[in-house]
Write a new protein. Structure first.
Length: 54
């Protein structure tokens, strides 16, 4: 029983899934931040174009 517990403790397969989860969270946060920053500027550009149209 103790040997099985030691093997479970040394098993690192789950760590890979956690690492992928952290990477996806960081990439998502960067994308959301970029979209928020660009979104405001893009909206202002469209409003300027719309105001210039007759």
């Amino acid at each position: 029983m103790l040997e099985k517990m030691k093997n479970l403790w040394k098993d690192e397969e789950g760590a890979t899934a956690v690492e992928y989860g952290v990477m996806i969270a960081l990439i998502s946060a960067a994308l959301i931040g970029t979209i928020v920053l660009i979104g405001g500027k893009l909206l202002a550009a469209f409003e300027t174009v719309e105001a210039a149209l007759p």
